[in-house]
Design a protein around this ligand. Structure first.
Ligand code: PRX
Length: 668
């Protein structure tokens, strides 16, 4: 085990004793009414996964039934073996066929606010069915077919939801790339997925500025040369000037023109690929996490229903503020929510445009009942001031959620008081791109909450705090967070890299008898009540504003600049982002270490990866602290970046003078 992944001595300094039980009214109305009811259902889901998941799956539509609920040959799981279904059908057509075609499926709000207010588009299930079908037929006319991987690099417009659902409809997988990523990042992902089609927009609105999405795609295509995709489909959004390559580029509108509004859903095997989503790991190359159809569908459907306590016909309006470029947007804006027949709000813009009360304005105008956001946003709201939420009527809210990183109890309490009016349960949902859906989370009517804890495992989730030998640790002992049994939405692999899949998730926690557990990569503890407390990553991954970045990825970007010889990147505490990025760089001889270079390097990382990866702090140094075997001692760098005196053990440090130099060199 490397220095940075050591779990020995994980200690929690957090002491949080407050408990918030759901009100009697919330419990009475909920799907699961009490902690005892949760416990009984959870026990059943673990003891009899076939029975439990088989029953849930029957709530959705299948063309033909499965022969077996689960086939587990560790680390490979197959769920609903042999079953045929279509996720687009279950999101859209199933509602139309049941007579709900006119009900709102998506309530979209654009960022710009003109004289007449913000632009709002409400799309019914029938509208979605028509729009998706026409676009699906358009894609087919370009030769897109079942089994292809279509790249999606768009802003938060309704066409983004239509695009992914159209892929699912015809059996093409999608690979959505967050609109904040750079041309280089697009190029890398397109090659990895051998994608022949990209769907994009001319631009997208972000705090009043236009993000030039099509320009980035053009640049990526140029980098790709012969490997560039054959088709680029462009949604007109900002009407900004764009370049055009005839024969390759197609306007979305023109492609859909004249297409039939009917396009049959392709019956997909339960284990057919639904999507690939790239996420950071400990090496420089992002991993294409693969999710398949049936298990992901059933799991995101049930977690949406239970975690948010969604019920159709009760006026629920659900809003998740994530971008569809992240897994949260996949599972909890689209795939899990739509089969529950509750309208899902899609918002194009930033929380503080045109003013810091924009989110609360959206909540009040659309009478949002369920609101799901990230701790980093909550910390920003706290900082911007109470007057902004106080200006708006937030009484429609019923359930609040958080995701992406541990929420500090102070932010939790503010959310509870200021946004939830002390009446809304908060669901702190722990999960990952790899898990597909919520894994550890309260259920609003059943599980009392503790600020800062994601509480208890979801149905079917056998979570535990263990050692590398798979031994379960006692109450409040810090260790590795592991999942001991397969669950329906678990990743099925890393695209094109079987070895990395096995090595990253399944090799590190093994019992002496050979049983492997899924390693989440987080350190955590479980308290005496069985509540989980996430303590952060145990590998070289940092969580910036709830988004994962590999330190190696940022390091590779830095050393790809001609001035940088070696770089070490670590996380450091950051008031709003939770974790900020600190980079320590040694420079080529003759290069001047100054603020101009810092600026250049930040911009360079922005170009290589995207703005989210720009270091918050760059320090130049002649040497980095290393062990005698040459391994960078990140622990020491973390201490320095967070302003702590390097109090830890330095006996393995080769050159003790290095620390002195790094501490002196304290100019950001
Ligand atoms: O470290 C955990 C943190 O985010 C990681 C997963 O990141 P990603 O795959 O990008 O997915 C984020 C959205 C699901 C986890 O390994 N994390 C996520 N949710 C929580 C969390 N940490 C603490 N509490 C959470 N609720």
């Amino acid at each position: 085990m490397s220095e940075s992944t050591s779990t020995s001595g994980i200690q929690s300094v957090l002491q949080e004793d407050r408990v918030f039980a759901p009100s009697a009214a919330v419990s009475a109305a909920a799907h699961v009414h009490s902690l005892d009811a949760y416990k009984a259902l959870h026990a059943r889901s673990i003891a009899d996964p076939d029975g439990f998941w088989g029953e849930i799956a029957k709530e959705l539509h299948w063309y033909s039934p499965w022969s077996k609920v689960l086939e587990w040959d560790q680390p490979d799981a197959k769920w609903f073996v042999g079953g045929k279904t279509n996720l687009c059908y279950n999101c859209v057509d199933r509602q139309v066929d049941a007579g709900h075609g006119d009900e709102p499926a998506i309530i979209w709000e654009g960022e710009p606010v003109g004289g007449g207010g913000a632009e709002v588009r409400t799309l019914s299930y029938a509208d979605m069915q028509r729009g998706i079908s026409r676009f699906a037929n358009g894609m087919k006319s370009l030769g897109v077919k079942k089994g292809d991987i279509v790249t999606v690099y768009m802003g938060m417009v309704p066409e983004l939801a239509m695009a992914v659902l159209a892929c699912a409809r015809i059996g093409a997988a999608h690979s959505v790339i967050f609109g904040g990523f750079s041309a280089q990042a697009i190029a890398d992902r397109v090659v990895d997925a051998s994608s022949q089609t990209i769907i994009t927009c001319d631009g997208s609105w972000r705090r009043g500025n236009i993000v030039p999405l099509k320009e980035n795609v053009d640049e990526a295509c140029k980098m790709l040369g012969e490997k560039a995709p054959a088709n680029v489909i462009v949604v007109k959004r900002c009407e900004n000037e764009i370049g055009w390559t005839a024969g390759r580029d197609y306007w979305w509108g023109e492609l859909c023109e004249g297409q039939s509004e009917e396009c049959a859903c392709e019956p997909m095997d339960s284990e057919d690929l639904l999507f690939v989503l790239y996420t950071s790991g400990t090496t420089g190359k992002p991993k294409g996490i693969m999710h398949t159809t049936g298990g992901y569908m059933v799991y995101t459907y049930l977690t949406s229903k239970m975690t948010f306590d969604l019920r159709p016909d009760e006026g629920h309006v659900y809003w998740c503020t994530a971008d569809v470029g992240w897994v949260t947007g996949h599972s909890y804006i689209i795939y899990g929510i739509m089969p529950n027949r509750v309208p899902t709000v899609m918002f194009e813009g930033a929380p503080n445009h045109p003013g810091p009360d924009r989110f609360w304005d959206v909540v009040a105008r659309h009478k949002v009942t369920h609101f799901y956001t990230a701790p980093t946003a909550i910390r920003a709201f706290m900082k911007w001031g109470d007057e902004h939420p106080q200006k708006h009527d937030l009484s429609s809210l019923q359930v609040l959620g958080t995701v992406g990183e541990p929420i500090n109890p102070e932010a939790w309490m503010w959310y509870h008081r200021m946004i939830g009016g002390e009446r809304c349960p908060i669901v702190d949902t722990w999960w990952q791109t790899e898990t597909g859906g919520h894994m550890i989370t309260p259920l609003p009517g059943a599980v009392p909450t503790k600020p800062g804890s994601c509480t208890v495992p979801f149905f079917g989730v056998d979570a535990a705090i263990v050692t590398e030998q798979g031994e379960e640790l006692g109450a409040d002992e810090g260790g590795l967070l592991a999942i001991r049994k397969p669950w329906p939405a678990m990743l099925r692999g890393i695209l094109g890299d079987r070895d990395r899949f096995v090595a990253t998730y399944w090799d590190d926690i093994k019992k002496p008898d050979g049983t492997r557990f899924y390693k989440a990569g987080d350190g955590a503890r479980r308290d005496k009540d069985g509540y989980f407390w996430i303590m952060g990553r145990v590998d070289d991954v940092i969580n910036v504003s709830g988004h994962r970045l590999g330190t190696m990825e940022v390091e590779s970007a830095l050393v790809s600049h001609e001035t940088v010889v070696e770089a070490a990147v670590v996380g450091m505490p950051h008031e709003i982002k939770g974790t900020g990025i600190a980079a320590f760089c040694t420079l080529a001889s003759g290069v001047t270490a100054d603020d101009a270079l810092r600026k250049t390097l930040r911009a360079h990382v922005g170009n290589e990866i995207g703005a989210i990866a720009k270091p918050d702090l760059i320090r130049f140094t002649d040497v980095l602290p290393k062990t005698r075997s040459g391994k960078i001692m990140r622990r020491l760098l973390r201490d320095i970046a967070s302003g702590k005196e390097g109090s830890g053990d330095t006996t393995t440090l080769e050159d003790k003078g290095v620390l002195e130099q790094l501490r002196k060199n304290d100019k950001g």
